[in-house]
Design a protein around this ligand. Structure first.
Ligand code: ATP
Length: 530
């Protein structure tokens, strides 16, 4: 199953966009396809007449102004809740240019609640429903990354917090406030209080622009009968808006913020780019920004991750929309893996988990094809290389076997021709001998004078003796060839050498000396049938 889900949401045209005469150029074609038209291209320009003015992008899901908050939540987040309760990590993050609806999707409004509110409702509802079989404890933390500093949104203190990577490689925020919560309402209250502390400033493009990345972390520790202690984590992230500094009129502090935001989003983009390449072929640099360090687990392997990219449909936002679509499109090739977090598990358990993660990673690689449209070869894993080599050597063996069978057929034909030649000599001689025998028997009935001349048998001429011996040898040869024809396909002899093939040819020197006896009917019949 695809573990990184990339979706796209097109918000409705804003009043400001309509007032400045913008036209809609981004359209949702179906549940997964989005089309963006270049507004600058002139259809009357003959030189560009053959250039496509439209580009389509396929995502795991696509939403537009007709999609409700409920639809977006159901398609992106609802299914993750059960996993988090059973000990998996999940991350949902909204990405896009400033003013395109990221905060609206994550937080929403009182009348149209967003993903956070709905996820919390479902989380506590599911925990309550399973309370008979398991005990769960929920805690939350809420932080923002502003100008590369981590700030605790649940604490009035404005000091910046540090990141720390534990011995299992899990990234933690040192000193963050972690509050236990027993209901969705309690978490929402804390969330609202935290949002008031979040850096929000009016920018040239959005009156209430979020100037920081906000990360809500919900940790669910559960003890189920017979299944040990599990710990699942749900990260809900509202990223700060990407912006094109040259196009905005932001100056001073706003410009500095913009640079930090863009730098961390660029670092995120670089990690996505590196992760979409074959394992080991590119270094994934999580250390370039606080955001990527924090998202290491989500992107690098141990999380179900959903990216909701946002764009404006307006012609005035074409450049931002195009780069957002390209960014989201690239993210589709990352295939992280998921494991259940068992608390206090044994070292053997963690080795097993690592191994199964490696296997999952290899499996992903197996199915990873480079960007659609480009004809890059499929990348092979080591296991696949072995399989391919096995297959190649099996094909070679089969080809050698076929060649050997053809040679056996050729040898059999030679044997049959030689046998026919010898048989003719022998038949002629036997007919003559029979005639002489008849004459001899007739002479037996005549006076003793003439009978005395026929008493001695006529000796076989050398030509007949050779023919007789050759036919005996050929019968043996025929038996051997027949045996080889039956045995070879079963034994799948790997490397048939020319010398071995030579052995199967009839050779007068190789034949054992034939006994001076008459041909057996069985041998003759078999020889002719070969
Ligand atoms: N799907 C939508 N339906 C209705 N209104 C929307 C939708 N998406 C966004 N809006 C409205 O557009 C405006 C900007 O949205 P929002 O603040 O969520 O953008 P943002 O991407 O978070 O911006 P920033 O990065 O600057 O914080 C808000 O007034 C919001 O109510």
């Amino acid at each position: 199953a695809c573990v990184l889900q990339v979706t796209l949401r097109i918000r409705p045209m804003s009043v400001a966009e309509l007032q400045e005469g913008a036209r809609p150029i981004a359209h949702r074609l179906d549940e997964q396809v989005v089309m963006l038209r270049d507004p600058m291209q002139n259809p009357d320009n003959v030189l560009r007449a053959n250039c496509s003015r439209e580009k389509s992008y396929v995502f795991d899901a696509a939403f537009d102004s007709t999609s409700t908050q409920e639809t977006v939540y159901r398609a992106t987040t609802q299914d993750l809740i059960a996993g988090v309760i059973s000990g998996c990590n999940a991350t949902v993050f909204s990405y896009g240019p400033t003013g395109c609806g990221k905060t609206y999707t994550m937080l929403g409004t009182d009348s149209e609640p967003g993903i956070c509110t709905r996820a919390l409702g479902d989380l506590f509802h599911s925990i309550e429903e399973s309370s008979g079989d398991a005990e769960h404890e929920v805690s939350m933390s809420y932080l923002e990354i502003y100008n590369e500093a981590i700030r605790d949104l649940l604490s009035p203190s404005r000091r910046s917090l540090q990141l720390w990577e534990d011995s299992h490689g899990t990234v933690r925020v040192v000193g963050i406030t972690e509050v236990s919560a027993s209901s969705a309402e309690e978490v929402l209250q804390l969330l609202l209080r935290g949002n008031q502390r979040r850096m929000q400033e009016p920018t040239a493009t959005n009156h209430t622009s979020s100037r920081s990345h906000a990360v809500l972390q919900l940790t669910v520790r559960g003890r189920e009968r017979g299944r040990g202690l599990r710990c699942g984590r749900l990260l809900l992230i509202d990223l700060a808006g990407s912006e094109r500094a040259a196009w905005t009129q932001n100056r001073g502090q706003r410009m500095k913020e913009g640079q930090h935001i863009n730098r961390s989003l660029l670092a995120l983009g670089n990690c996505i780019k590196a992760l979409s390449k074959p394992a080991g072929s590119a270094h994934v640099n999580y250390r370039d920004s606080k955001l990527t360090r924090l998202l290491k687990d989500s992107l690098g392997g141990n999380s179900h991750t959903v990216m909701i990219a946002h764009i404006s449909p307006a012609s005035t936002a074409f450049e931002e929309s195009r780069s957002t679509l390209a960014y989201a499109n690239r993210a589709k090739s990352i295939r992280p893996t998921v494991k259940h977090n068992l608390l206090g598990s044994s070292p053997r358990g963690s080795i097993m988990a690592n191994l199964s993660r490696d296997i999952q990673h290899l499996k992903h690689q197996l199915y990873t094809v480079s960007e659609p449209g480009k004809h890059h070869p499929i990348r092979y894993t080591q296991a696949q290389v072995w399989l391919r080599d096995e297959l190649l050597s099996a094909c070679r063996e089969q080809a050698a076997l076929c060649q050997h069978l053809v040679q056996l057929e050729g040898t059999a034909l030679h044997t049959r021709l030689a046998a026919a030649r010898h048989l003719r000599v022998l038949t002629r001689w036997e007919r003559r001998a029979w005639r002489w025998g008849k004459e001899g028997r007739r002479k037996l009935r005549e006076p003793s004078e003439s009978r005395r001349n026929t008493d001695t048998d006529v000796p076989e001429p050398p030509k007949v003796i050779t023919a007789r011996e050759s036919i005996v040898a050929l019968v043996e040869e025929q038996g051997r060839l027949q045996e080889q024809k039956v045995r070879e396909p079963q034994s799948q002899h790997p490397h048939l050498q020319g010398a071995e093939l030579e052995e199967s040819k009839p050779s007068s020197t190789a034949h054992p000396r034939a006994p001076g006896c008459a041909l057996r009917a069985r041998g003759l019949a078999g020889l002719v049938a070969l």
